[in-house]
Ligand binder design. Structure first.
Ligand code: WTA
Length: 628
């Protein structure tokens, strides 16, 4: 559409691809969806196989592999211990200061068993929710896997969130145990985490125990009978390196992950052991063309769904070697990533358009200083990638030979929904076509497909094994948010707008709801606005997303002041810091604009669309619902 030239994969890529052809297999996968997924599920181990591939008797609460007994750890660790994979590196980790740690699958198992035993000794049981608030260190992965192993659900909260945001998530999940570290390294500085957790614990009546991993040696406050150092617990006799994996039902909860929506506080999506195992491992293996000898680097943070599915679970189920890096891409110099790709011989790099644009800014001389020819495949996720960044990534990082997998998906979908395969001819900026089994469409408000090249709402018409099981303890909200609009048809509303071109390729445009993607991070306007109005100067406020060359979008906030307050640069700065304090640095607004009143519809809804049009000088569109 925007760009008509195709980029074709090399013969070498085609010859070695795990999946050599798309059209016929896609046709089979949608006509025989349950058979297709059952065949994929056969690649995994199960304590007991399913009675029913898909129970769709109670939509939208679909149950995959119903009747099966499994645990994601059975496939991510246990089965590898019985094969030569046992001796393979599971994790290669580099800290920002340059320290290196590696773990074979054998060593990973010992770490996870030990952590699991520690959690058990702290009273954690099957079904409990454990909150994890950590820097990107191996213990973050061990903690997640340890929870899964004993049947507890993890709720990982991204380390860029504030103590208040952390406390909200702890309280909503009724979590009693939090795992953290004293701090982490970022851009040469020590980021204090335990201090933030301490503040959050004061706001959390349910919180009883905090386990702290020593990473930086920062001096932190520890309270008797509440705070434990991880290394002290490891030294206790009950922290053995052996632990049985808990047998779970396929549809038992594996984790909660909070994500922002249109309204109110972030909600926790629930993912389960069975379907999620099958979906993440299948998508990872097919899309990134995983080979046993590959070293795979997903440069996301485990605190987001991308990290859950493609740093941790998908790759470990596939027995891959994963690379993980703690810190900033440009520390100490802008060649840090390229240096590590060279040093460790990374074969696949999966990152976000914001990261690519950020590194592109420093120029080609930085990657040119290193041999990055080990790279075979590249990936992009989190926001639309502009063709200019795509082409730079392809030419400079991929040496014109690495296919770029632009994967479109969401926290709710568990794994890739629209994505190329290595053999797919690519168009820069398009995520190309639906993954196997998925039927999608671009429709209008009434559910009619829009014409080729026209913008519409992106919907998913069929169930898939990675779909979240629901919103934690709030089934109504799940229905309301995703299924209400096309209830008659039974379709899932993605919240994104898209176009489909004459070749059937999808082009994602962006969110249609009040979700803002800043540097690929997902935030809700409602959260930003409620942080704003917690400041005494603010009557009401509206947050909107404005296109930004580096971050994709930037947050701009309109604010109405109480009578006694006056607009000033100082107040603007104070409000920006106020939002950071309440939500965390990722929610920092670029600008706060003071305004006399907010435009609203007659039913009282803020017209953010109009604010945005005015700020950007765009046509104001239909104003018939605007209040006088
Ligand atoms: C956006 C991240 C364009 C989209 C995995 C979606 C994308 C939201 C892409 C989900 C892509 C994700 N191209 N847009 N390849 N991937 N998005 O839940 O707006 O953090 O709805 O999941 O990110 O964000 P979430």
């Amino acid at each position: 559409m925007e760009d008509e030239e195709f980029y074709y994969p090399s013969q070498d890529i085609i010859d070695h691809a795990n999946v050599k052809e798309y059209d016929d297999l896609y046709k089979y996968s949608v006509e025989h969806r349950e058979e297709f997924w059952a065949e994929q599920a056969e690649n995994l181990n199960w304590y007991k196989k399913w009675d029913n591939v898909l129970d769709k008797s109670n939509p939208p609460f679909f149950k995959w592999f119903e009747g099966a007994k499994t645990n994601i750890i059975l496939n991510a660790i246990d089965r590898h211990l019985l094969t030569p994979t046992r001796n393979k590196l599971a994790i290669i980790w580099e800290g920002e200061p340059g320290d290196l740690r590696t773990f074979s699958y054998h060593a990973l198992n010992r770490e996870v068993c030990q952590f699991a035993n520690i959690l058990k000794s702290m009273g954690v049981k099957k079904g409990d929710v454990v909150t994890i608030y950590m820097p990107q260190i191996p213990e973050q992965i061990f903690a997640m896997l340890a929870c899964a192993k004993i049947g507890a659900a993890h709720s990982v909260v991204y380390g860029g969130f504030s103590s208040e945001a952390l406390a909200d998530r702890i309280n909503d999940a009724n979590s009693k145990v939090v795992i953290t570290a004293d701090g982490g390294y970022r851009r040469g500085k020590v980021i204090e985490l335990k201090g933030i957790v301490n503040k959050a614990m004061e706001l959390s009546p349910t919180m009883e125990i905090c386990i702290t991993v020593k990473r930086t040696g920062l001096d932190v406050y520890m309270e008797n009978d509440r705070d434990y150092w991880y290394h002290d617990l490891k030294a206790l006799p009950n922290a053995s390196h052996k632990c049985e994996t808990e047998q779970m039902d396929s549809n038992d909860m594996l984790f909660l992950l909070y994500t922002s929506g249109s309204t109110g506080k972030p909600k926790a999506l629930v993912h389960t052991h069975g379907g999620y195992s099958v979906y993440t491992s299948t998508t990872h293996k097919m899309v990134f063309d995983l080979k046993p000898e590959d070293r795979f680097w997903c440069a996301a943070d485990p605190g987001w769904i991308t990290g859950h599915s493609y740093i941790v679970y998908g790759p470990l189920i596939n027995g891959s070697t994963i690379f993980m890096y703690e810190g900033a891409p440009n520390h100490p110099y802008p060649d840090r990533w390229w240096k590590m790709i060279d040093k460790y011989g990374i074969n696949i790099l999966y990152t976000s358009p914001t990261a690519i644009r950020g590194l592109m800014r420093f120029g080609e001389s930085w990657p040119a200083r290193h041999d990055i020819s080990s790279l075979r495949m590249l990936g992009s996720v989190g926001e639309p990638i502009n063709p200019e960044a795509w082409k730079w990534y392809h030419r400079v990082i991929g040496n014109d030979k690495c296919p770029i997998m632009d994967t479109w998906w969401q926290t709710e979908t568990g794994g890739f929904m629209i994505s190329p395969l290595p053999v797919t001819p690519l168009k820069p900026g398009s995520a190309t076509k639906p993954f196997f089994g998925n039927e999608m469409a671009v429709v209008d408000d009434n559910g009619n497909e829009v014409n080729v090249g026209e913008e519409g709402l992106l919907v998913i018409k069929s169930p898939w094994p990675g779909l979240a099981a629901g919103v934690y303890r709030d089934p109504e909200r799940f229905i309301e948010t995703y299924w209400k609009k096309y209830q008659k048809q039974g379709w899932y509303l993605t919240g994104d707008s898209a176009k489909k071109d004459e070749d059937g390729y999808y082009w994602i445009i962006g969110r249609t709801d009040d979700v803002i993607k800043v540097s690929g991070y997902r935030l809700g306007t409602a959260e930003i606005e409620s942080a704003m109005i917690s400041h005494p100067a603010i009557v009401e406020s509206a947050a909107i997303a404005i296109p930004h060359a580096l971050k994709g979008n930037a947050i701009h906030v309109f604010a109405v002041l109480y009578k006694d307050y006056h607009a000033s640069h100082e107040l603007e700065m104070e409000l920006i810091n106020h939002v950071v304090l309440h939500l965390g640095p990722i929610a920092r607004p670029d600008e706060v604009k003071f305004i006399d009143s907010l435009p609203k519809t007659r039913s009282g809804k803020i017209m953010r669309r109009l604010l945005k049009a005015r700020l950007l000088g765009l046509p104001e569109g239909d104003l018939s619902t605007l209040e006088e």
